[in-house]
Design a protein around this ligand. Sequence first.
Ligand SMILES: Cc1ncc(C[n+]2csc(CCOP(=O)(O)OP(=O)(O)O)c2C)c(N)n1
Length: 582
Amino acid sequence: MANRLADQLLARLVEAGVERIYGVVGDSLNPVTDALRLNNKVKWIHVRHEEVGAFAASAEAQLTGKLACCAGSCGPGNLHLINGLFDAHRSNAPVLAIASHIPSSEIGTAYFQETHPQNLFQECSHYCELITNPAQFERVLHIAMQSAIGKGGVGVVVLPGDVVALEVPVQAGSRSLVTKRPSIRPGEKDLAKLADLINSSRKVALFCGIGCENAHDQVVALAEKVKAPVGFTYRGKPFIDYDNPYSVGMTGMIGFGMCYEAIHECDLLLLLGTDFPYDKFLPTKTKIAQVDIRADSLGRRSKIDLGIWGDVRETLQALAPMLDTKPDGGYLANTLAKHKEKLRKMNVYVDHVGKRTPMHPEPVAAALSELAAPDAIFTADTGMCNVWSARHVKAAKDRRIIGSFNHGSMANALPMAIGAQCTYPGRQVISMSGDGGLAMLLGDLLTITQYDLPIKILLFDNGVLGMVKLEMETAGFPDYQTDLKNPNFAKLAEAIGIMGVRIENPADVTSGIKKALQHSGPAIIDVVTDPNALSIPSHADRSQAVGFALAMGKMVLSGNIDEVVATIEGNIRHAGEALESI
Ligand SMILES: Cc1ncc(C[n+]2csc(CCOP(=O)(O)OP(=O)(O)O)c2C)c(N)n1
């Protein structure tokens, strides 16, 4: 029996469990879309920008742990995929990208739309190969998918339109994919070393990353036994920051609570399944032991006294009987008491909402967290949404929060929400979007209406590229070119068939969010927030405060006194917190 390579591609994708392909159709992809039409088992999600397709696939893969798929036509269609693929790759999310290509006879001739995809995708994939001969097809596709799954990240097949249209005999006995992950248990000697280190240390702290995804109970049990405060990264938060009385928040620029102090004041820091990149927030003088399933992460961010190559869950399970129960020497109790106090100060704008407009964003995020479903999926845009969601969206056993946490791209939240909602049609999906972020890939609001995806977008409409404004000011530059002249996004939503709720007054926050969440279709909640709202890092260094003062001084001198006054007025309640943290 013979059929087109494109039909065989679809058959293999079905076998691999791929349920949908996000992309934009186009000439060289036509045989693939035609095979899709006939196959009818894989759904095509027609996005308006390929970058959105790649982000959506990244989200699907992150949420399910399974292979997701996106596609772009030759040249520009491929190029548009790249930013979203970087996000997937950096998040170790298994994604197959189908990069269709110019006719194979034209390769190397500077043909219309010619690029060299193997070069372009090299940095954002584990594997990227061009298929020019049908005999390569089954094996190369297998390697791309197996690399994406096995190594965690992107695999790319580059398929010239003419090759994929070729009729070829169906190959018997395609190789099956291995998708079940092994659990890696460290050897007894390594476990004994780790147990010794923990037993001989008086003050132990834990810092948990995405590698703790399946280890919530083991982490909490360990913390209980050795009286350790538990800090986490943003990727670790959804899995660690619920039902955890030892939780002390996050370190880093968007951090909160006592995490920074806890990991600096302990005698032994355990890094569990984390590759947290901001090494200046990690201690340099404390003893450190690190556990990770990825051996290349061991010792990457800080010097370690002991590295353990293993799965966090397996390691902690095997370790438990080897550990002595520590008496609470006061370190944990003191850290938790200070953490509570820090949270009280951080929540000052949540607990005392006030009437000032434009309103502070914190109570908006907190209200969303209260009103959202217990199993909601939140996606957060890069920018201040990361801060508000990290601090004010409460984790819960069945909730998920994802963002572009390793790649740090703007405009990720809406595309990720599209991937999340396509994958989980019955769950509440909420995109926490910045106005810069939403506008960047605004066209894909139409994807929401096209598929009637009931996504709720909570838009922090502060009229500014807020995080960059803050970065400029803490570095001593007056903010420049950060303003956004925005439309009324609620009206814009209504114009394209999405429910629009505009909130300008703090008193309307709860009712407005409720109304949108209760709506059965998509909604944009356009909340006008303060462009000068500051987020005080849990641990700011002196230079940031000096830089900020300098920027304010420069603004006064250049006649921008109104903005300086608005900044002071808007953040007066954070003043004590700011002074304390430096
Ligand atoms: C694609 C991309 N461009 C630029 C940046 C740099 N950057 C990081 S955050 C940010 C501002 C985001 O503004 P907005 O979406 O309005 O959110 P806000 O911070 O105001 O909440 C910018 C420009 C980036 N991370 N990604």
